[in-house]
Ligand binder design. Structure first.
Ligand code: ADP
Length: 422
């Protein structure tokens, strides 16, 4: 049926989160890694999410990359655009949310958009324009001390106004609670009063569904992945969704491995569970990596010889005291990049040796691995655990990939994931 929804996300994990939401809503979805380098091939899907890394780059770069992505999405047939940012509205007075939204509006020849980062399941709610993180105002949450985007004002109308040229209005809870018709009327009223943006209150998922329904005809929607919950239904009602399973993936046979560079509590538990079940595993030591190339060669050699039906694990995952010790000797950044580049090279070597099914644990680690493998596009498949879907790369060779950021997944994630694939 062709591309319906074109999305631009300001970071990689946010893009996956959105893509996963759309697939669960029934839209076949592809995620592109980085700005498209040429015309888009919509790959027989109904939504494309372009993952940028534009959250904290200079405004002009964020604007130009977002515009290029939007142009490619529209040229590929997208009927509606979605600009995805974090549910904690990560930004500064310079941007990048306001400037990117306004540039996209202009490109579309439109004059009104909504901004709704609410994600009640994750505790992000908006009431009278104030964003709450759990029980706290945004400005009293951990986000107030974020190193790059400290959020010291919880009033999103003010926050967005400081980074925008168009004025910012509010659709308050009282109107949102009345449902889609009232919300649509509020959009129309604000637009006629000359507002360019509307922050929209939302306290629960039903509000997001109503907002999504009310936004069916708005050319540009901005927000978190929550507000995308209601969008697939608009296309379904219009008879534009193909129907059938949106999460089916092509079969990718071949040897399997897990590469883990995350040191989060959840990942430590997953590695321990894999080991206790007798899984074959190789521990990478950052200090040995710092000694020279032979540590990577040794790990790769170990792994190559064991590639087969049973998944193997190569990991640098360690408990906090071991991580702190390595960081003290090598420096935090150096330890991180040594491990990332080692795991990326091991991934390359293993794919050359025939590896086709891969779980990567760690957000930064995943970024390093997919870029070393030259992956540019992923079809999004079934969810393994909340927020982590299986995907299949659309580049050659085809790879089944599950990219898990640190805190995601239950203790048996690795085994469960491979079982889902067979
Ligand atoms: P997460 O999603 O859990 O935050 P990331 O991959 O984003 O995981 O970040 C983990 C960081 O820690 C990476 O830069 C990785 O290279 C680094 N790292 C991994 N293992 C070790 C270790 N044993 N000692 C020090 N740093 C490590």
């Amino acid at each position: 049926m062709g591309l319906l929804l074109g999305c631009v996300a300001d970071d990689f994990t946010g893009a996956t989160d959105l893509a996963n939401t759309l697939v669960k809503g029934g839209m076949r979805t592809v995620q592109l890694l980085g700005p498209p380098s040429g015309p888009l091939d919509p790959h027989d899907c109904e939504a494309v999410v372009v993952a940028l890394k534009s959250r904290t780059i200079p405004v002009a770069d964020a604007v130009s990359q977002s515009l290029a992505a939007a142009e490619a999405l529209r040229a590929a047939g997208a009927r509606q655009l979605f600009f995805k940012y974090c549910s904690t509205f990560d930004s500064t007075d310079e941007g990048n949310i306001g400037p990117v939204a306004e540039a996209l509006l202009e490109a579309l020849g439109s004059d009104f958009t909504i901004a709704c980062p609410a994600f009640p399941t994750a505790g992000r709610t908006i009431y009278k324009g104030y964003l709450f993180v759990g029980d706290e105002l945004l400005s009293e949450s951990g986000m107030k001390d974020h190193p790059l985007t400290p959020m010291r004002d919880a009033n999103l109308v003010r926050v967005l106004a400081r980074q925008s040229t168009r004025s910012v209005g509010l659709v308050p809870y009282a109107e949102v609670a009345q449902g889609p018709a009232a919300i649509r009327a509020a959009f129309d009223r604000l637009r006629h009063e000359g507002f360019g943006h509307a922050i929209v209150d939302a306290l629960q998922d039903s509000h997001l569904l109503a907002i999504g329904e009310a936004a069916a005809d708005i050319p540009l929607i901005t927000g978190g992945s929550g507000v995308a919950l209601g969008l697939p239904e608009n296309f379904r009602k219009a008879g534009l969704l193909a129907g059938g399973a949106s999460d089916s993936l092509p079969q990718v046979p071949g040897p399997a491995a897990v590469l883990s560079g995350s040191c989060s509590r959840a990942t430590n538990g997953q590695v321990a569970a894999f080991l206790s079940q007798g899984g074959e595993a190789f521990a990478l030591d950052p200090l040995a990596l710092a000694e020279g190339e032979s540590a990577v060669a040794g790990a790769l050699d170990w792994a190559r010889r064991r590639l087969g039906a049973r998944p193997i694990l190569v990991y640098s995952t360690a408990e906090p005291n071991a991580v702190a010790a390595a960081q003290e000797k090598l420096g935090r950044e150096a330890a991180g990049s040594l491990v990332e580049s080692a795991l990326a090279r091991i991934a390359e070597g293993l794919v050359e040796a025939g590896l086709r099914r891969l779980i990567v644990a760690g957000g930064e680690t995943s970024g390093a691995v997919v870029s070393a493998l030259g992956v540019t596009a992923l079809r999004i498949g079934p969810e393994i655990d909340p927020g982590v879907p299986w995907t299949v790369s659309l580049d050659e060779p085809r790879l089944a990939l599950a990219l898990k950021s640190g805190n995601f997944g239950g203790p048996d994630f690795f085994t469960k994931a491979f079982e889902r694939l067979s």
